[in-house]
Design a protein around this ligand. Structure first.
Ligand code: SAM
Length: 329
């Protein structure tokens, strides 16, 4: 049994449905005419570590840009929201979150941190580190899926800042993005604010380099989903037979990551009793990352029952952090 400090509680809602969710996604996604897997399955411990390395790559501007906006505006965000707690969706290692926690601590409002992520190990490690770094902080961790488990958020201890950083909102297709935001708006109270990180439309060369770095870290991250399927579902993907592909779809204004079979592949997925064929050069879509304009962002928020209150950006307008809330709140 792991002994955790009394300031920390962690609840897991994945235990049972977890493997089934992967199995369902694999069965559904790999039997379609155009094969596809959702990006949440990248993130086992190795995937999380690879993502952290991506954040430090010279080509990957979103993390450092979002960080710089937070550094410049955290105090103002705390003043505007009076937040007593941060609910963070897809919290990862909470590296940038500390900038907000520092500002809340300085303002004397900080009470609790509520991280929600699919990766249990990260929730546990982050919780342990944060109660050390912020004496008196309560941590209520949720190991779960932000598409399915928002109802398990604890009752607020005060005004909440719901942080959804890193441009992760871009992983939704436009329809499911609005459905997700609507659900989130319903889970928010009148005193709560959403702090949403969105990457902006820009020069395609810069965008494509961010998803196809020269050291090949993103390629490894992309292929990691095949390792996850091999391990969790007893499959026999030849991981090295799939090439990393990343391109900006100018019409839809999103980046697509795909894995392209370098030759004909036959894959057996033991846990599903499923055989899947890949033609030479056939592609499997593993992620979309939508890029936004401020106008589209405002329209998405409005359609979801949220009012855009503040748009915080960097001098080059590469990335936006927006603050929104329920109208009248
Ligand atoms: C792009 S990373 C961003 C991490 C961090 N928020 C940041 O800004 O650097 C996406 C994070 O969301 C988590 N994640 C992805 N899909 C998820 C889902 N459906 N439910 C909960 N967490 C999810 C991943 O485990 C990962 O930590």
């Amino acid at each position: 049994m792991t002994v955790v400090p009394s300031e920390i509680e962690v609840h897991s809602y994945l235990a049972e449905g977890d493997e089934r969710a992967l199995a369902d996604d694999v069965l559904d996604g790999l039997t379609r005419p155009f094969k596809e897997l959702p990006p949440k399955h990248f993130y086992d411990a190795r995937g999380a570590e690879l993502f952290d390395r991506i954040c430090d790559l010279p080509e990957y501007y979103p993390t450092r840009t979002e960080r710089s906006i937070l550094e410049a505006r955290a105090e103002e965000i705390v003043e505007l929201t009076c937040a007593a707690e941060i609910v963070e969706l897809g919290s990862g290692t909470a590296a940038k979150t500390r900038i907000l926690l520092d500002a809340m601590q300085d303002a004397g409002t900080l009470r609790r941190y509520v991280p929600l992520d699919v990766t249990e190990q990260m929730i546990l490690e982050t919780a342990a580190a944060l109660v050390d770094e912020y004496p008196g902080l309560l941590v209520h961790g949720i190991v779960g899926d932000f598409e399915r488990h928002l109802r398990h958020l604890p009752a607020p201890l005060g005004p909440r800042l719901v942080a959804f950083l890193g441009g992760t909102i871009g992983n939704f297709t436009p329809g499911s993005r609005r459905r997700f935001l609507r659900g989130l708006a319903k889970a928010m109270g009148p005193d709560d604010h959403l702090l949403l990180g969105t990457d902006l439309v820009k020069d395609p060369t810069m965008l494509e380099a961010a998803y196809d770095d020269s050291q090949g870290v993103t390629a490894e991250f992309n292929r990691n989903v095949l390792r996850v399927v091999n391990r969790e579902l007893d499959a026999d993907f030849d991981v090295d037979a799939f090439d990393h592909v990343a391109f900006f779809d100018r019409e839809r204004e999103w980046i697509e990551m795909r894995l392209r079979a370098s030759s004909r592949q036959h894959v057996h997925i033991g846990a599903l009793g499923l055989d899947v064929e890949f033609e030479p050069r056939e592609e499997l879509r593993t992620e979309i990352s939508a890029k936004f304009t401020i106008k589209r962002l405002g329209a998405d928020l409005a359609a979801s029952g949220l009012e855009l209150r503040e748009v915080l950006t960097d001098p080059d307008e590469l990335f936006v952090l927006s603050l929104s809330a329920r109208p009248g709140g």
